[in-house]
Design a protein around this ligand. Structure first.
Ligand SMILES: Nc1ncnc2c1ncn2[C@@H]1O[C@H](COP(=O)(O)OP(=O)(O)OP(=O)(O)O)[C@@H](O)[C@H]1O
Ligand SMILES: [Mg+2]
Length: 326
């Protein structure tokens, strides 16, 4: 029996950055042996969460094809994305997988009217070339995010609020009818009052347009609300992955517990960064033996300092922790 082709299939992905030069080089393993997949034929919102520096953006940039992995495989609809060659294949991939950035003001050129930016997206991706068809492609994408063409016509980015502009940048991404959006902290710069409306938009797109979303966030509350599954990253590794309710209501990994309990209302990011100590580069590389969380874990055991934990499947959740090894 043949295996079903996944929408996204990531296997043992590693990204090592070398910084500095000459004798003072150091290596940072930003993504360390990450594997997960998204099924095809259904749509889901998949959260990547973890403290600052845990490798979320690096992973997103690899999936988008912006940077190459050091090792490992990444297949999109069965195609190895590091082997994509030629204009036609590149265009196909860029239409299929679209980024949504944190700061919508950086997505748009401040000197360009928003409608002309959308116009260029339609033309550059070869979606349409007649004025009438171009306008209807723009209109269709804007309708999906609840904005009309009239609202944006002739206006510049600074004439919109962050929330409105993020909606327009989502519309821009939808022009190519992608199957996967990669949204790196898409609501962190949006007013608290508008965050939920953007999150609801992702939910709506998932349900009605069958769009998949990889949602990167520090905000576990929105993640709980919108996503189907969540992966918790710590120092480049996924320490726990599974259905969002299971993981956030009853976390198994000690790190997930700390992360969950440090999620506060109403200012998630601030408290998060306060409570969780950031690791230095030296510390990261030094702790390559054993569990990466051993030095901060309240339940640390001898074995944790000697052996890296393997994935253990427990009640539909996959967790890397010696507490659960038999
Ligand atoms: N281009 C680069 N060169 C060298 N090191 C890098 C580079 N990009 C990222 N890193 C390092 O890789 C690690 C992971 O960074 P990354 O930006 O992926 O984390 P993150 O989880 O997105 O953090 P944040 O929540 O702050 O956005 C960090 O230690 C970072 O300093
Ligand atoms: Mg990041």
């Amino acid at each position: 029996m043949g295996q079903e082709i996944k929408l996204l299939d990531i296997k043992n992905l590693v990204k090592v950055f070398t910084i500095g030069s000459g004798f003072v080089k150091s290596r940072i393993t930003a993504v360390d042996n990450v594997s997960f997949d998204l099924e095809s034929g259904r749509s889901e919102i998949f959260t990547l969460a973890g403290e600052s520096g845990s490798g979320k953006t690096t992973l997103a940039r690899i999936i988008l094809g912006f940077i190459e992995p050091t090792s490992g495989k990444i297949l999109y609809k069965g195609k190895n994305i590091t082997e994509i060659k030629g204009r036609k294949e590149e265009m196909w991939f860029m239409r299929e997988v679209q980024p949504i950035f944190q700061n919508p003001f950086e997505t748009f050129n401040p000197l360009k009217k928003v409608d002309s930016y959308l116009y260029e997206t339609v033309v550059n991706y070869g979606i349409a070339n007649k004025r009438e068809d171009i306008n209807s492609a723009i209109d269709e994408a804007l309708n999906l995010v609840g904005i009309s063409f009239q609202e944006i016509q002739g206006r510049y980015p600074h004439e919109f609020s962050g929330g409105q502009l993020q909606r327009i940048s989502i519309a821009r991404a939808l022009i190519t009818k992608p199957s996967l959006l990669i949204a790196d902290e898409p609501v962190s710069m949006v007013d608290a009052s508008l965050k939920m409306s953007i999150c609801n938009l992702f939910k709506d797109l998932k349900e009605k347009q069958k769009v998949n979303v990889i949602y990167i966030t520090h905000d576990l509350a929105t993640s709980y609300y919108v996503s189907d599954r969540i992966a918790i990253m710590f120092r480049g590794t996924i320490v726990e992955i599974g259905p969002v309710e299971k993981i956030l209501i009853d976390p198994k990994h000690p790190y997930t517990k700390i992360l969950r309990d440090s999620v506060p209302e109403p200012d998630p990011e601030k408290r998060w960064k306060e409570k969780i100590k950031l690791s230095s580069f030296e510390e990261r590389e030094f702790l390559s033996i054993g569990c990466k969380f051993a030095d901060r874990c309240p339940y640390v055991m001898d074995i944790c300092k000697k052996e890296a934990p393997n994935d253990i499947i427990l009640d539909g959740v996959t967790v890397k922790c010696h507490l659960y090894s038999s």
